[in-house]
Every structure is written in structure tokens, then in C-alpha cells.
Design a protein around this ligand. Structure first.
Ligand SMILES: [Zn+2]
Length: 193
């Protein structure tokens, strides 16, 4: 439901307290983590058609819908998740799903922690992703490597809206931050003398 990486449980799309008749209806049981209990009973907004995305019925979930946006300094940026296409035909649903399901402390914590690890030791985190060193890596070479990595995460999780894909899609559109990250990788890859 939120794009998180643990999906070990099934939970109710229509909350069972309000819709007990659907408690055991298979299409009402969707893969989710704690995000689903965090949304409590939110299913639809005040104004139609805003509602949560349904993973079995909403075919636009195969589109890339969300990306991370990084603002501010390199070490501790502000990170938010935003809708990629503000003119998407389902933009009201995307907004509702972002506000009510995706955006919560668990999601925010994962993005901040992941950036913290990545910015601290990118050469280790991306060892299998980067072209073999130790030659100098440019920002555009880093972007090409991250693009392949992001696409592999789309396939691994069978959705372009998993947290890794959201994270790297946003990072790839931030050329300044990519350049800084490439510089850091080059420094850290220097052999210790
Ligand atoms: Zn979740």
C-alpha cells in the first residue's frame, strides 16, 4: 500500500469495523505493512474521487507515480515524497493516497535513514552498482548506474512505486546532489596510503 519493503501481511482495504461484510472478501485483502493500520479508517476523502489506491483494481499503479524530493544541505536534507505528474488523470486519488497512506513516520524514517547511510558511505552501499573504480566517477556516470539500479528495484518489487524506486527516481533528477555524491564516492575510493 505504501511502497514499503516488508509486505508480509494482508490487511483490509475497506476497514473491517466499517465494512464487516467484506472482511473475508479476497479482493479486500491487500498486501500492507503497518502503514495500513496507521491510515485507520481513511478510505475516501470528502470530495469524490479522492480515495486510497487499490492495488488490485487500479491499473495506473504500473505507472511511476511518486518521487522523493531533496531540499537543503547534503548531509541532512529535507526529504519529501511528491507526485511526479501533477496533471495525472488520477491526481486526486494520488494525492489522497500520498497523504493518507504513504506519508507517515515509518516512511519518513526510512527515507531519512537511507539517505543518511547512502551519503555517509556511498562507495559501500553502491559497490555492486557502480562501474569498477578507481577511475573518477562523474555525476552523469553515477546517474546512469543509479538508473539501472532503480530499474532493477522496479522489477524486484514488481512495482515502480516501491521506496527504492521513489528514492532513486528523485535523486536522479537532482543533478547537484548527484555531483556531490559522485565527489564523495571518488574521495572515499582513494586508496589509503
Ligand atoms: Zn506499508
Amino acid at each position: 500500500m505504501c511502497g514499503g519493503l516488508g509486505n508480509g501481511t494482508l490487511d483490509h482495504y475497506l476497514p473491517k469495523d466499517d465494512y464487516p461484510e467484506y472482511s473475508f472478501f479476497s479482493k479486500n485483502l491487500v498486501p500492507a505493512c503497518s502503514c495500513n493500520s496507521l491510515r485507520r479508517k481513511a478510505v475516501k476523502g470528502v470530495v469524490s474521487p479522492s480515495r486510497a489506491i487499490h492495488p488490485y483494481f487500479d491499473d495506473f499503479l504500473s505507472d511511476r507515480l511518486y518521487q522523493a524530493v531533496f531540499k537543503g544541505q547534503f548531509d541532512t536534507p529535507g526529504i519529501s515524497i511528491e507526485i511526479i505528474d501533477g496533471n495525472h488523470p488520477q491526481k486526486d486519488i494520488l494525492r489522497y493516497h500520498l497523504d493518507e497512506v504513504i506519508s507517515n513516520d515509518g516512511t519518513q524514517g526510512w527515507f531519512e535513514k537511507y539517505w543518511s547511510s547512502l551519503s555517509d558511505r556511498p562507495h559501500d552501499m553502491l559497490e555492486l552498482v557502480l562501474p569498477c573504480g578507481p577511475q573518477n566517477l562523474t555525476g552523469s556516470e553515477l546517474k546512469a548506474a543509479l538508473n539501472r539500479y532503480r530499474n532493477s528495484k522496479d522489477k524486484e518489487y514488481q512495482t515502480p512505486n516501491n521506496w527504492y524506486s521513489i528514492f532513486y527516481t528523485g535523486l536522479m533528477s537532482d543533478n547537484d546532489r548527484l555531483d556531490q555524491l559522485a565527489t564523495k564516492i571518488n574521495q572515499l575510493r582513494q586508496p589509503i596510503t
